[in-house]
Write a protein that binds this ligand. Structure first.
Ligand SMILES: [Zn+2]
Length: 157
């Protein structure tokens, strides 16, 4: 398999030519994000209801030891709620970026990130190729740093 190298001009042309087809992609991504948003919102609201209901119900009948267990459980529930709320914020962010035409394109090369990838990782900022290239580069940088580390260790001696 030959690797096709695209110049900046080639990328610009690709971006332009996909503008027309971009409408259905926009709709797909919007639906995907909104569905996720709805699910999360339901979960968050459901959890808040659960915590409130259980807090009221159990505290009356439990002794001190048991009620501190309930507190821990509530802490976990609240941490979960907080995590989900943060994800909700990210989805709102992504929706706002989608409106501005800035969602779903690779941060590095500007190519569209595949819909499949975005469904799996809605907050991905790089396409698969760039992400893999970055991982390789990071690995190499780590190896270099390790080598430098060893070298300077010898120099210090
Ligand atoms: Zn890319």
């Amino acid at each position: 398999m030959g690797v096709m190298r695209k110049g900046a001009a080639g990328i610009m042309a690709t971006t332009k030519s996909t503008k027309a087809a971009g409408k259905s992609r926009y709709n797909e991504l919007k639906t995907m994000l909104e569905e996720r948003r709805r699910e999360l919102l339901n979960e968050v609201q459901g959890k808040i209801r659960d915590v409130r209901a259980e807090g009221n119900k159990e505290r009356d009948v439990l002794d001190q030891g048991e009620s501190s267990e309930v507190d821990i459980q509530e802490d976990i529930e609240f941490a979960l709620i907080q995590m989900k709320s943060e994800t909700l914020n990210k989805i709102d962010d992504a929706l706002a970026r989608l409106e501005q035409g800035q969602y779903g394109n690779c941060f590095e090369c500007g190519e569209e990130i595949s819909e499949k990838r975005l469904r799996a990782l809605p907050f991905a900022v790089r396409c698969k190729d760039c992400e893999e290239a970055r991982e390789v580069a990071e690995q190499r940088a780590r190896q270099m740093a390790a080598k430098r580390g060893t070298a300077s260790l010898f120099l210090d001696m």
